[in-house]
Design a binder for this molecule. Structure first.
Ligand SMILES: [Zn+2]
Length: 491
């Protein structure tokens, strides 16, 4: 018994010693100045907010690739010079649009926005179709008609945008000429909806020749419009749109890897992801700052990725580490989705995804992990933070469903265990909202003493994940566990 106790103590001391040694090495090699310079470059005014499809977005990708090259981090076979082209279709919002029904005229922006567009000048019969889902169209002849539907699916906690895409695809397929949804603002006011959807819309380009189709929302603040449109069912309606157009855009994902040192485990890849794009430059009144710099979103994530690449280029782990700086996240998680559909390393060899995407932080004693308890790596998340005087906590806003709103979900939905590792957030107060998707999100407003600790904790944690012999897996019962079983052939 005594010998056992003695051995156990020695073992614990050895583990403690190894942990300290690792932390010490990270402390010595990971430099605040490096981290700062990555953020200052990417989120500078000169980079004009790195919007998808702009030259500055490509410069950001180039910058990341050249950092990788300088560390000796290699391009993945199948890329050209670290770049994976993401094929996108961009549809430009219309400049003018109107809907005329009886003696009512509805106008663009004030009353209406378009989720998908084409230039049309239509006079057709109007048909009210409830929500416009499959069951609502059953037995109805919608061909040649302009459909009117209620937005969403009746559950106000669910966003309406995804349903819109679904409904307009269905309406187009059935031969309708257009779809107008009556939108009742609830949590999100109309003005914000217009802000969000008035820009160009992007979608993955799979080479499909989809006919453009006008599909929009008409704001119905009080619910009166619903009864008005219902009362006019079957009458003639006019729909006019002009100034919209479609264009093909190619945006680069940046991909690189560090080969693992273990002859067997090196076939396992840990995928490090963060998005490089932000939302660009917007029209503002009166000479105010018009550049959305995106220092937090997601300069922090990319600076972290570059720091990580630099460290592991010198100290490779047993498993291979794959870096993916995703593009087109802000326009719908499209770069990561493209990668997940066209992986350069087979997805079944991608055993874990550690993502970083941040809207900022308000507690510099913590790191926030979206998906904290959803995979088997929780102890490493805790230990890594602890080694640098931080506390790892779960995401405090499960109702916001952040897990399914960033690039990690592109991989999780395919079955890859994934978490999103970010700086500490405990309340959605001014420390967040003053900067989140605002022109004030600038490099000089960040606390780099904190962020370098955050980055070190991240590197320590990744070191643990990439070196453990344990299988990395979903917490049993997770909604993506079944997808994992399918992906890795565990059924
Ligand atoms: Zn982001």
């Amino acid at each position: 018994m005594k010998t056992f106790l003695y051995t156990a103590i020695i073992l614990l001391v050895q583990i403690g010693f190894a942990q300290k040694k690792l932390a010490k090495q990270i402390n010595k090699e990971v430099k605040k100045e490096d981290y700062q310079s990555y953020v200052y470059f990417l989120a500078s005014d000169e980079m004009r907010g790195r919007n998808t499809g702009t030259q500055e977005n490509e410069i950001a990708a180039r910058f990341i690739a050249e950092q990788f090259r300088s560390f000796g981090v290699k391009p993945v076979p199948g890329t050209e010079n670290y770049f994976q082209p993401v094929y996108l279709q961009k549809s430009k919002a219309p400049r003018e649009a109107s809907v005329i029904l009886g003696d009512s005229v509805f106008n663009l922006w004030k009353d209406m926005i378009f989720v998908s567009t084409s230039n049309v000048d239509l006079k057709a019969e109007m048909m009210f179709v409830e929500y416009g889902f499959e069951e609502d169209l059953e037995g109805k002849d919608v061909e040649g008609k302009i459909l009117i539907a209620k937005a969403g699916n009746g559950d106000p906690s669910k966003g309406s945008y995804k349903f819109s895409l679904q409904k307009s695809a269905l309406a187009r397929e059935r031969g309708a000429l257009g779809l107008i949804e009556l939108y009742r603002p609830s949590r999100i006011p109309w003005k914000l909806i217009v802000n969000y959807l008035s820009g160009d819309q992007f979608a993955l380009d799979h080479g499909q020749q989809s006919k453009p189709f006008p599909s929009g929302w008409l704001v119905d603040e009080s619910g009166d419009l619903l009864s008005y449109f219902k009362s006019k069912d079957g009458e003639e309606i006019t729909l006019k749109l002009s100034g919209s157009g479609n264009e093909k855009v190619i945006a680069p994902n940046v991909v690189a890897y560090i080969e693992g040192t273990d002859p067997e485990l090196k076939d396992d890849y840990i995928l490090i992801s963060a998005h490089l794009d932000h939302v660009g430059v917007k029209n503002v009144v009166g000479g105010e700052d018009s550049i959305w710099n995106g220092a937090r979103d997601n300069g922090i994530g990319i600076a972290n990725m570059i720091n990580t690449a630099k460290y592991f280029a010198k100290h490779p782990a047993k498993r291979s580490i794959l870096f993916l700086a995703c593009n087109a996240e802000e326009v719908g998680l499209l770069g990561s989705q493209w990668y997940a559909e066209h992986p350069l390393i087979p997805l079944e060899k991608t055993v874990f995804n550690l993502n970083t995407d941040t809207g900022g932080y308000d507690d510099i004693s913590k790191v926030t992990i979206v998906g904290f308890n959803r995979t088997s790596v929780t102890p490493y998340l805790v230990e890594g933070a602890d080694m640098f005087g931080l506390e790892a906590i779960d995401d405090m806003f499960p109702e916001e469903n952040f897990y399914d709103r960033s690039d990690n979900v592109s991989f999780a939905a395919k079955g890859v265990p994934a978490v999103s590792y970010g700086p500490g957030v405990v309340e959605m107060g001014a420390a967040i909202t003053d900067y989140y998707h605002q022109p004030t999100d600038e490099p000089q407003t960040l606390d780099y003493d904190y962020l370098i600790k955050f980055s070190k904790a991240y590197i320590y944690t990744l070191n643990k994940i990439a070196n453990t012999n344990d299988v990395l897996w979903w917490t049993p019962g997770d909604k993506y566990e079944e997808d994992g079983k399918k992906l890795y052939g565990k059924n």
